[in-house]
Design a protein around this ligand. Sequence first.
Ligand code: NAD
Ligand code: AKB
Length: 318
Amino acid sequence: MKRILITGALGQIGSELTDELRSMYGNDSVVVSDIRESKDKAKQNGPFEIINTTDAKRINEVVCKYDVGQIYHLASILSANAEKNPQFAWNVNMNSLYNILEIAREKKCSIFTPSSIAAFGPNSPSENTPQDTIQRPTSIYGVTKVAGELLCDYYFQKFGVDVRGVRYPGLVSWKTLPGGGTTDYAVDIYYKAIEKNKYTCFLNEKTSLDMMYMPDAIKASILVMQADPAKLIHRNAFNVTAMSFTPPVLADSIRKYIPEFTMDYDVDPERQGIADSWPDSLDDSAAREQWNWKPDFTLDMMTQDMLANLKKKLQKGE
Ligand code: NAD
Ligand code: AKB
Protein backbone atom coordinates (compact mmCIF):
# COMPACT_ATOMS: atom_id res chain seq x y z
CA MET A 1 0.00 0.00 0.00
CA LYS A 2 1.22 3.50 -0.80
CA ARG A 3 1.86 5.64 2.27
CA ILE A 4 0.02 8.70 3.58
CA LEU A 5 1.96 11.90 4.28
CA ILE A 6 0.67 14.54 6.73
CA THR A 7 2.16 18.05 6.56
CA GLY A 8 1.88 20.38 9.57
CA ALA A 9 1.24 17.19 11.53
CA LEU A 10 2.26 18.49 14.95
CA GLY A 11 -0.56 21.07 15.00
CA GLN A 12 -4.01 20.96 16.57
CA ILE A 13 -5.57 18.78 13.84
CA GLY A 14 -2.53 16.87 12.60
CA SER A 15 -1.61 15.48 16.01
CA GLU A 16 -5.01 13.78 16.31
CA LEU A 17 -5.31 12.84 12.63
CA THR A 18 -1.95 11.06 12.91
CA ASP A 19 -3.24 8.86 15.75
CA GLU A 20 -6.43 8.00 13.86
CA LEU A 21 -4.76 7.25 10.50
CA ARG A 22 -2.02 5.19 12.20
CA SER A 23 -4.61 3.16 14.06
CA MET A 24 -6.46 2.56 10.77
CA TYR A 25 -3.51 1.78 8.48
CA GLY A 26 -0.54 1.00 10.78
CA ASN A 27 2.24 3.24 12.11
CA ASP A 28 4.61 2.73 9.18
CA SER A 29 1.96 3.67 6.61
CA VAL A 30 1.61 7.23 7.87
CA VAL A 31 4.55 9.64 7.48
CA VAL A 32 4.33 12.56 9.89
CA SER A 33 6.01 15.82 8.95
CA ASP A 34 6.28 19.37 10.25
CA ILE A 35 8.63 22.33 10.00
CA ARG A 36 9.68 21.68 13.62
CA GLU A 37 10.87 18.66 15.62
CA SER A 38 8.39 16.51 17.55
CA LYS A 39 8.75 16.28 21.32
CA ASP A 40 5.90 13.78 21.46
CA LYS A 41 7.08 10.18 21.91
CA ALA A 42 3.95 8.82 20.18
CA LYS A 43 5.00 10.48 16.94
CA GLN A 44 8.23 8.48 17.13
CA ASN A 45 6.23 5.26 16.65
CA GLY A 46 6.38 5.78 12.91
CA PRO A 47 8.22 7.78 10.27
CA PHE A 48 8.79 11.48 11.01
CA GLU A 49 10.41 13.96 8.61
CA ILE A 50 11.12 17.67 8.82
CA ILE A 51 9.41 19.35 5.85
CA ASN A 52 9.04 23.06 5.26
CA THR A 53 6.17 22.96 2.76
CA THR A 54 7.40 26.10 0.99
CA ASP A 55 10.33 23.89 -0.14
CA ALA A 56 9.04 21.85 -3.12
CA LYS A 57 12.28 19.86 -3.48
CA ARG A 58 12.06 18.63 0.11
CA ILE A 59 8.40 17.56 -0.25
CA ASN A 60 9.35 15.69 -3.41
CA GLU A 61 12.24 13.87 -1.63
CA VAL A 62 9.92 12.62 1.12
CA VAL A 63 7.13 11.66 -1.31
CA CYS A 64 9.65 9.58 -3.33
CA LYS A 65 11.41 8.12 -0.26
CA TYR A 66 8.18 6.71 1.21
CA ASP A 67 6.20 6.08 -2.00
CA VAL A 68 3.46 8.45 -0.85
CA GLY A 69 0.03 8.13 -2.53
CA GLN A 70 -2.07 10.48 -0.40
CA ILE A 71 -1.24 13.78 1.32
CA TYR A 72 -3.16 15.44 4.16
CA HIS A 73 -1.85 18.97 3.76
CA LEU A 74 -2.36 20.80 7.08
CA ALA A 75 0.64 23.17 7.23
CA SER A 76 -0.74 26.69 7.45
CA ILE A 77 -0.69 30.02 9.28
CA LEU A 78 -4.04 30.62 11.03
CA SER A 79 -6.14 33.77 11.10
CA ALA A 80 -4.85 35.79 14.08
CA ASN A 81 -1.19 34.98 13.39
CA ALA A 82 -1.67 35.61 9.66
CA GLU A 83 -2.98 39.12 10.33
CA LYS A 84 0.24 39.94 12.23
CA ASN A 85 2.36 39.16 9.14
CA PRO A 86 0.20 38.97 6.00
CA GLN A 87 3.10 38.61 3.55
CA PHE A 88 4.50 35.65 5.47
CA ALA A 89 1.03 34.06 5.69
CA TRP A 90 0.47 34.43 1.95
CA ASN A 91 3.86 32.82 1.25
CA VAL A 92 3.31 29.85 3.56
CA ASN A 93 -0.36 29.23 2.77
CA MET A 94 -0.30 29.74 -1.00
CA ASN A 95 3.15 28.53 -2.01
CA SER A 96 2.85 25.42 0.16
CA LEU A 97 -0.49 24.53 -1.42
CA TYR A 98 0.89 25.15 -4.91
CA ASN A 99 3.88 22.88 -4.16
CA ILE A 100 1.64 20.12 -2.84
CA LEU A 101 -0.71 20.32 -5.85
CA GLU A 102 2.21 20.24 -8.31
CA ILE A 103 3.72 17.17 -6.63
CA ALA A 104 0.27 15.54 -6.59
CA ARG A 105 -0.06 16.23 -10.32
CA GLU A 106 3.35 14.73 -11.10
CA LYS A 107 3.17 11.76 -8.73
CA LYS A 108 -0.59 11.13 -8.97
CA CYS A 109 -1.25 11.58 -5.23
CA SER A 110 -4.68 12.34 -3.82
CA ILE A 111 -4.86 15.38 -1.55
CA PHE A 112 -6.89 16.54 1.43
CA THR A 113 -6.53 20.25 2.14
CA PRO A 114 -8.80 22.19 4.46
CA SER A 115 -10.50 25.51 3.94
CA SER A 116 -12.32 27.34 6.73
CA ILE A 117 -15.34 29.43 7.68
CA ALA A 118 -12.78 32.22 7.09
CA ALA A 119 -13.36 31.78 3.34
CA PHE A 120 -16.58 33.79 3.83
CA GLY A 121 -16.73 37.52 4.43
CA PRO A 122 -18.99 40.28 5.73
CA ASN A 123 -21.23 40.23 2.65
CA SER A 124 -21.77 36.46 2.62
CA PRO A 125 -25.17 35.53 4.14
CA SER A 126 -24.33 35.08 7.81
CA GLU A 127 -27.20 32.75 8.81
CA ASN A 128 -27.27 29.27 7.29
CA THR A 129 -24.43 30.33 4.94
CA PRO A 130 -24.90 28.30 1.73
CA GLN A 131 -22.28 26.00 0.18
CA ASP A 132 -22.12 28.24 -2.90
CA THR A 133 -22.45 31.95 -2.20
CA ILE A 134 -20.55 35.23 -2.34
CA GLN A 135 -17.03 34.92 -0.84
CA ARG A 136 -15.19 38.21 -0.31
CA PRO A 137 -13.25 37.65 2.96
CA THR A 138 -11.49 40.60 4.58
CA SER A 139 -8.70 38.75 6.46
CA ILE A 140 -5.49 37.65 4.68
CA TYR A 141 -6.11 34.14 6.04
CA GLY A 142 -9.56 34.14 4.38
CA VAL A 143 -8.07 35.45 1.15
CA THR A 144 -5.61 32.51 1.11
CA LYS A 145 -8.48 30.11 1.81
CA VAL A 146 -10.62 31.32 -1.13
CA ALA A 147 -7.60 31.42 -3.44
CA GLY A 148 -6.73 27.90 -2.26
CA GLU A 149 -10.26 26.62 -2.92
CA LEU A 150 -10.10 27.99 -6.47
CA LEU A 151 -6.62 26.58 -7.09
CA CYS A 152 -7.76 23.13 -5.91
CA ASP A 153 -10.81 23.24 -8.20
CA TYR A 154 -8.51 24.24 -11.06
CA TYR A 155 -6.10 21.33 -10.45
CA PHE A 156 -9.02 18.91 -10.43
CA GLN A 157 -10.62 20.31 -13.60
CA LYS A 158 -7.41 20.89 -15.57
CA PHE A 159 -5.20 18.01 -14.44
CA GLY A 160 -7.59 15.53 -12.79
CA VAL A 161 -5.84 15.79 -9.40
CA ASP A 162 -8.06 14.11 -6.80
CA VAL A 163 -8.06 17.00 -4.32
CA ARG A 164 -10.79 17.26 -1.69
CA GLY A 165 -11.46 19.29 1.41
CA VAL A 166 -13.86 20.76 3.93
CA ARG A 167 -14.42 24.21 5.37
CA TYR A 168 -13.79 23.47 9.03
CA PRO A 169 -15.43 25.72 11.60
CA GLY A 170 -13.56 26.58 14.83
CA LEU A 171 -12.21 23.34 16.30
CA VAL A 172 -12.24 22.46 19.99
CA SER A 173 -9.80 19.87 21.33
CA TRP A 174 -7.86 18.92 24.47
CA LYS A 175 -4.83 17.02 23.13
CA THR A 176 -3.00 19.84 21.32
CA LEU A 177 -3.40 23.59 21.73
CA PRO A 178 -4.68 25.61 18.74
CA GLY A 179 -2.14 27.45 16.63
CA GLY A 180 -3.12 31.15 16.67
CA GLY A 181 -6.67 31.49 15.37
CA THR A 182 -9.70 33.61 16.20
CA THR A 183 -11.79 30.69 17.51
CA ASP A 184 -9.07 29.71 20.03
CA TYR A 185 -11.14 31.22 22.87
CA ALA A 186 -13.40 28.15 22.70
CA VAL A 187 -10.44 25.97 23.76
CA ASP A 188 -8.79 28.40 26.18
CA ILE A 189 -12.05 28.78 28.12
CA TYR A 190 -11.96 25.10 29.18
CA TYR A 191 -8.36 25.36 30.50
CA LYS A 192 -9.22 28.49 32.51
CA ALA A 193 -12.49 26.98 33.77
CA ILE A 194 -10.53 24.07 35.28
CA GLU A 195 -7.51 26.05 36.47
CA LYS A 196 -9.21 29.25 37.75
CA ASN A 197 -13.02 28.88 37.54
CA LYS A 198 -12.87 32.12 35.56
CA TYR A 199 -12.23 33.25 31.99
CA THR A 200 -11.74 36.62 30.29
CA CYS A 201 -13.03 36.32 26.74
CA PHE A 202 -11.39 38.25 23.86
CA LEU A 203 -14.59 38.12 21.73
CA ASN A 204 -17.78 39.92 22.74
CA GLU A 205 -20.91 38.17 24.01
CA LYS A 206 -22.78 38.52 20.69
CA THR A 207 -20.20 36.66 18.60
CA SER A 208 -21.86 33.58 17.15
CA LEU A 209 -19.52 31.17 15.32
CA ASP A 210 -19.67 27.63 13.98
CA MET A 211 -17.69 25.12 16.02
CA MET A 212 -16.91 21.41 16.08
CA TYR A 213 -15.30 18.94 18.47
CA MET A 214 -12.07 17.41 17.15
CA PRO A 215 -13.30 13.78 16.85
CA ASP A 216 -15.96 15.04 14.41
CA ALA A 217 -13.37 17.05 12.47
CA ILE A 218 -11.16 13.97 12.12
CA LYS A 219 -14.19 11.95 11.03
CA ALA A 220 -15.08 14.54 8.36
CA SER A 221 -11.50 14.64 7.04
CA ILE A 222 -11.38 10.88 6.57
CA LEU A 223 -14.98 10.47 5.31
CA VAL A 224 -14.59 13.03 2.52
CA MET A 225 -11.46 11.20 1.27
CA GLN A 226 -13.32 7.87 1.33
CA ALA A 227 -16.37 9.26 -0.51
CA ASP A 228 -17.41 7.75 -3.83
CA PRO A 229 -16.13 10.28 -6.41
CA ALA A 230 -19.20 9.63 -8.59
CA LYS A 231 -21.37 11.13 -5.83
CA LEU A 232 -19.31 14.32 -5.44
CA ILE A 233 -20.89 17.33 -7.12
CA HIS A 234 -18.59 19.59 -5.16
CA ARG A 235 -15.06 18.49 -4.59
CA ASN A 236 -13.32 20.96 -2.35
CA ALA A 237 -14.35 23.12 0.51
CA PHE A 238 -17.50 21.38 1.73
CA ASN A 239 -19.22 23.37 4.49
CA VAL A 240 -19.23 21.22 7.64
CA THR A 241 -20.47 22.19 11.07
CA ALA A 242 -21.63 20.63 14.31
CA MET A 243 -22.85 23.55 16.43
CA SER A 244 -22.96 27.32 16.52
CA PHE A 245 -22.71 29.30 19.77
CA THR A 246 -21.80 32.61 21.38
CA PRO A 247 -19.35 32.86 24.34
CA PRO A 248 -22.16 33.08 26.97
CA VAL A 249 -23.83 29.95 25.57
CA LEU A 250 -20.50 28.11 25.86
CA ALA A 251 -20.07 29.45 29.41
CA ASP A 252 -23.58 28.17 30.31
CA SER A 253 -22.63 24.72 29.04
CA ILE A 254 -19.47 24.75 31.23
CA ARG A 255 -21.54 25.88 34.25
CA LYS A 256 -23.57 22.66 34.00
CA TYR A 257 -20.39 20.87 35.13
CA ILE A 258 -18.55 23.69 37.01
CA PRO A 259 -21.38 25.78 38.57
CA GLU A 260 -19.00 28.39 40.06
CA PHE A 261 -17.49 29.26 36.65
CA THR A 262 -17.64 32.97 35.70
CA MET A 263 -16.69 34.87 32.56
CA ASP A 264 -15.97 38.51 31.75
CA TYR A 265 -14.85 40.25 28.57
CA ASP A 266 -11.78 42.15 27.37
CA VAL A 267 -12.40 42.40 23.64
CA ASP A 268 -9.43 42.27 21.26
CA PRO A 269 -10.46 44.53 18.32
CA GLU A 270 -8.40 42.63 15.74
CA ARG A 271 -9.79 39.18 16.50
CA GLN A 272 -13.29 40.64 17.05
CA GLY A 273 -13.11 42.20 13.58
CA ILE A 274 -12.13 38.88 12.05
CA ALA A 275 -14.89 37.01 13.91
CA ASP A 276 -17.51 39.60 12.92
CA SER A 277 -16.66 39.04 9.26
CA TRP A 278 -17.32 35.26 9.52
CA PRO A 279 -20.69 33.46 9.31
CA ASP A 280 -22.90 32.88 12.36
CA SER A 281 -23.93 29.42 11.16
CA LEU A 282 -23.20 27.29 8.09
CA ASP A 283 -25.49 25.20 5.89
CA ASP A 284 -23.69 21.86 5.52
CA SER A 285 -26.41 20.06 3.55
CA ALA A 286 -24.12 19.49 0.50
CA ALA A 287 -21.72 17.43 2.68
CA ARG A 288 -24.66 15.59 4.26
CA GLU A 289 -26.12 14.73 0.83
CA GLN A 290 -22.93 13.93 -1.08
CA TRP A 291 -20.94 11.91 1.49
CA ASN A 292 -23.31 11.33 4.42
CA TRP A 293 -21.66 13.84 6.74
CA LYS A 294 -23.18 13.98 10.22
CA PRO A 295 -21.48 15.13 13.45
CA ASP A 296 -21.68 13.05 16.65
CA PHE A 297 -21.03 15.69 19.33
CA THR A 298 -23.46 18.31 20.64
CA LEU A 299 -22.22 21.26 22.72
CA ASP A 300 -22.92 19.60 26.09
CA MET A 301 -21.40 16.28 24.99
CA MET A 302 -18.28 18.17 23.91
CA THR A 303 -18.10 20.10 27.20
CA GLN A 304 -18.40 16.94 29.28
CA ASP A 305 -15.69 15.15 27.27
CA MET A 306 -13.38 18.20 27.17
CA LEU A 307 -13.56 18.76 30.92
CA ALA A 308 -13.02 15.09 31.79
CA ASN A 309 -10.00 14.70 29.50
CA LEU A 310 -8.45 18.09 30.26
CA LYS A 311 -8.68 17.50 34.02
CA LYS A 312 -6.74 14.24 33.64
CA LYS A 313 -4.20 15.89 31.35
CA LEU A 314 -3.62 18.87 33.64
CA GLN A 315 -3.35 16.62 36.72
CA LYS A 316 -0.56 14.72 34.98
CA GLY A 317 1.11 18.11 34.33
CA GLU A 318 1.12 17.64 30.55
P1 NAD B 1 -1.96 24.55 13.65
O1 NAD B 1 -1.48 25.94 13.62
O2 NAD B 1 -2.34 23.93 14.94
O3 NAD B 1 -0.87 23.59 12.99
C1 NAD B 1 -0.22 23.94 11.79
C2 NAD B 1 1.11 23.22 11.77
O4 NAD B 1 1.78 23.63 10.58
C3 NAD B 1 2.03 23.56 12.94
O5 NAD B 1 2.44 22.38 13.60
C4 NAD B 1 3.22 24.30 12.31
O6 NAD B 1 4.45 24.00 12.91
C5 NAD B 1 3.14 23.77 10.87
N1 NAD B 1 3.73 24.68 9.89
C6 NAD B 1 3.67 26.04 9.84
N2 NAD B 1 4.37 26.48 8.77
C7 NAD B 1 4.85 25.39 8.14
C8 NAD B 1 5.64 25.19 6.98
N3 NAD B 1 6.09 26.21 6.23
N4 NAD B 1 5.96 23.94 6.63
C9 NAD B 1 5.53 22.87 7.35
N5 NAD B 1 4.79 22.99 8.46
C10 NAD B 1 4.46 24.25 8.86
O7 NAD B 1 -3.15 24.43 12.59
P2 NAD B 1 -4.38 23.40 12.59
O8 NAD B 1 -5.42 23.97 13.47
O9 NAD B 1 -3.90 22.02 12.82
O10 NAD B 1 -4.88 23.63 11.10
C11 NAD B 1 -4.59 22.75 10.04
C12 NAD B 1 -5.35 23.22 8.81
O11 NAD B 1 -6.75 23.28 9.10
C13 NAD B 1 -4.98 24.62 8.32
O12 NAD B 1 -5.07 24.67 6.92
C14 NAD B 1 -6.05 25.49 8.92
O13 NAD B 1 -6.25 26.67 8.17
C15 NAD B 1 -7.24 24.57 8.83
N6 NAD B 1 -8.32 24.95 9.77
C16 NAD B 1 -8.14 24.80 11.11
C17 NAD B 1 -9.17 25.16 11.97
C18 NAD B 1 -9.05 25.01 13.47
O14 NAD B 1 -9.94 25.50 14.20
N7 NAD B 1 -8.00 24.38 13.97
C19 NAD B 1 -10.37 25.66 11.45
C20 NAD B 1 -10.49 25.84 10.07
C21 NAD B 1 -9.45 25.45 9.23
C1 AKB C 1 -9.02 30.35 13.05
O1 AKB C 1 -9.68 30.86 13.99
O2 AKB C 1 -8.17 30.94 12.38
C2 AKB C 1 -9.34 28.92 12.68
C3 AKB C 1 -10.35 28.89 11.60
C4 AKB C 1 -11.78 28.97 11.93
O3 AKB C 1 -10.01 28.79 10.45
N1 AKB C 1 -9.77 28.24 13.86
